[in-house]
Design a protein around this ligand. Structure first.
Ligand SMILES: [Zn+2]
Length: 122
């Protein structure tokens, strides 16, 4: 056995590793040197500001795409509709009714959720 303290942790100091095809290739950890690589060279790519990646939230998805509910309860119901085994045309109708209900009431009521669940094939 090679010295574990100075050997590459991926290949164990051999400088090469067996791949899925049964042959060997150069170790990606040490690039064949068999010695552990310094990890301080990694650039920090996590500092990207998330505020630059706001999803475009729009209630009107346009005439081509189906509109989706915007309230939390409406989105939950939409997920249930999409996850159900109902036919696509039924799903589309229920989603449309959910959006229309939300437009009328400002939210999706529990009564409407229960009524819609009864129509879903789970
Ligand atoms: Zn290695």
């Amino acid at each position: 056995m090679k010295d574990q303290l100075t050997a590459c942790g991926i290949c164990g100091g051999d400088g090469r590793i067996a791949n899925a095809f049964g042959s060997h290739s150069t170790c990606p950890g040490c690039h064949g040197s068999g010695r552990p690589q310094e990890t301080t060279g990694f650039r920090d790519v996590t500092k990207t500001k998330p505020s630059h990646f706001k999803p475009a939230v729009s209630k009107a998805a346009g005439p081509t795409g189906p509109r989706m509910p915007t309230s939390p309860s409406g989105q939950l119901l939409a997920n249930e509709i999409n996850a159900s085994r109902s036919p696509p045309e039924v799903k589309a109708r229920l989603l449309r009714e959910t959006v229309e209900h939300e437009d009328t009431h400002g939210q999706v009521t529990q009564t409407f959720v229960k009524k819609t669940r009864k129509l879903l094939k789970s």
